[in-house]
Design a protein around this ligand. Structure first.
Ligand code: COA
Length: 276
C-alpha cells in the first residue's frame, strides 16, 4: 500500500481496517482523502489477505461529512474540478465500497454527518458507539442531503424517520441509530472494538464466496421486479455453486445428511476445504 496521508490501512488476521485519518478536521472528506480512499479500495478489492473490511475514523469522529472548505468552497468556481471531485467521492463511497467483494463493516466511533452517511450506508453492516452523534445537518445551512445521501436514507430508514431527520437536522446517538435501523448494533464506546471483533470473527468462519454472492444478490435484486429477481437469483445461485472452490453447498449437505456432524441451527459447516 502507498503511504497515504488522510487514511490508514491496517491488516490483522484477514481483517483490513481502513481509518479516515484527519482527526483535526474531524475526518471531513477532502478531495485528497477521497482520492486515497478510491486508490485503497481499488487495491483492496483484489487483496488476498482481506476477508472482511472495517471502515472507521481516527479520534473522536467517524467523519464530519464533506470537507466544506476543500470539497465545496475551493472547487465551486472550477466546474471540471468540481465534477472530478464529486465523481471520486461517488466512486469510492458508492461503487467501490457498496460492491466491495468482501463483507464491509462501518464502526461509527463518533461524529457522523451529512456526506458521511454515504460510506456508512454503503457498508454492509454497521456498529455504532452509543456516544456517536449522527446528523443530517444539511438543512441547517441551506442545502439538501446531496450526493446519494437522500437516496441512501430513503433506502435504509423508514419513511417518517428519513423525513424527520432530513427536515429537522436534529442529531441522534448510537442507540437511536440502532432503533431506526441505521446501524445493526450500538455499544458503549469502550466496547466498540470488541463488538467489531466479535462480528468479524463470526464472518471469518463463514464461506467468503457465499458471503459475497449473498450481498451482491441482496443489493442487486432490491431494485428488480419479482420476475427479474426470480431469474437473477436463480442464475446467481447457479453461479455460486459452480464457482465456489470449497464447494460449500455440497460440504454442508454431506455434513448434515451423511456424517451428521453439522446442524445449521448450531453454527457453520466445517470448512476443511476438502469438498464433499
Ligand atoms: N468540513 C471542513 N472542516 C470541518 C468540517 C467539515 N465538514 N467539520 C469540522 N471541520 C473542521 C473545523 O472547521 C475545525 O477546523 P479549524 O481547527 O481549522 O478551525 C476543525 O475541523 C475542528 O472542528 P470543530 O468544529 O472545532 O470541532 P468540534 O469538536 O467542536 O465539533 C462537529 C465537531 C463535527 C460537531 C463540527 O465540526 C461540525 O458541526 N462540523 C460540520 C458537520 C457538518 O455539517 N457536516 C456536513 C458536511 S456535508
Amino acid at each position: 500500500m502507498p503511504a497515504y496521508e488522510c487514511i490508514t490501512v491496517e491488516n490483522e488476521s484477514r481483517v483490513t481496517t481502513v481509518t479516515l485519518n484527519r482527526p483535526r478536521k474531524r475526518n471531513a472528506m477532502s478531495p485528497q482523502l477521497n482520492d486515497e480512499m478510491l486508490d485503497a479500495l481499488t487495491r483492496l478489492s483484489s487483496d488476498p489477505e482481506t476477508d472482511v473490511l472495517v471502515l472507521t475514523g481516527a479520534g473522536e469522529s467517524f467523519s464530519a461529512g464533506m470537507d466544506l472548505k476543500e470539497y465545496f468552497r475551493e472547487t465551486e468556481d472550477d466546474p471540471v474540478l468540481s465534477e472530478r471531485t464529486k465523481w471520486t467521492m461517488r466512486e469510492w463511497s458508492y461503487s467501490r465500497l457498496r460492491f466491495f467483494p468482501r463483507v464491509t463493516i462501518a464502526a461509527v466511533n463518533g461524529w457522523c454527518f451529512g456526506g458521511a452517511f454515504m460510506p456508512l450506508i454503503s457498508c454492509d453492516l454497521a456498529i455504532a458507539a452509543d456516544e456517536a452523534r449522527f446528523g443530517l445537518s444539511e438543512v441547517n445551512w441551506g442545502i439538501l442531503p446531496g450526493g446519494l445521501v437522500t437516496r441512501d436514507i430513503a433506502l435504509s430508514l423508514g419513511y417518517r424517520d428519513a423525513l424527520y431527520y432530513a427536515l429537522t437536522g436534529k442529531t441522534f446517538g448510537g442507540q437511536r441509530a440502532r432503533e431506526i435501523g441505521l446501524v445493526n448494533e450500538s455499544v458503549p464506546r469502550a466496547e466498540l472494538d470488541d463488538a467489531v471483533r466479535e462480528l468479524t470473527t463470526t464472518l471469518l468462519a463463514l464461506n467468503p464466496y457465499a458471503l459475497r454472492a449473498t450481498k451482491e444478490a441482496l443489493r442487486h435484486s432490491a431494485t428488480m421486479d419479482y420476475e427479474q429477481a426470480t431469474d437473477y437469483l436463480g442464475a446467481k445461485a447457479a453461479q455460486l455453486a459452480r464457482s465456489d472452490p470449497e464447494r460449500g453447498r455440497a460440504q454442508g449437505l454431506s455434513q448434515f445428511l451423511d456424517t451428521k456432524e453439522f446442524k445449521p441451527g448450531l453454527g457453520a459447516y466445517r470448512r476443511d476445504g476438502s469438498g464433499a
